[in-house]
Ligand binder design. Sequence first.
Ligand code: CO
Length: 208
Amino acid sequence: MNITKIFENNQEWIVEKLKKDQNYFKKLSKGQTPEILYIGCSDSRVTAEEIMGVQPGDVFVHRNIANMVPNSDLSAMSVINYSVVHLKVSHIVVCGHYECGGVKAAMQPSDLGILNPWLRNIRDVYRLHKNELDLITDEGEKYKRLVELNVQEQCINILKTSEVQIAYRDSKLTVHGWVFDIHTGEIIDLKIDFDKIMGQIMEIYSLT
Ligand code: CO
């Protein structure tokens, strides 16, 4: 990828946008009112806006290695707080993807330095669901299932925050667990039953 090409692309994009709407950037600069917070993987192949077919202003986006929501990660926690309390989003999506390098790395014994504590969060997901994962003999299927379970656990981490618990209780917010199937391009809704999960975990995690 030629870096100069990016600036050429940018100029073409500006022309394209202004051709459709002369006031496009004037409107864009006025502020944002996205209804969705999307938390996805930094993987270059899983571009949030493009796979969802949305435009600038539509979705508040947070991406990191393996779409994680660690409880002590100031960045993820700030993104959740800002989008729920200030932007008042009505949906939070955690979107994982098959063939996720972060999840794969967490399935193997390997010392990856500074990545160790980050990936340990995924190893914790593995430990939490070891009984189910150990029943899957096919390594590829086990890998896919860990991607899905990791999405589920990150959604649960979101539900542990007080701002989300309040919005959820007031029926102002829905949490969604998705997986992008990189083999087909399809976004799969894991249809996780968060009402049921909340019923199971709130005894421990309720802050309200
Ligand atoms: Co990934």
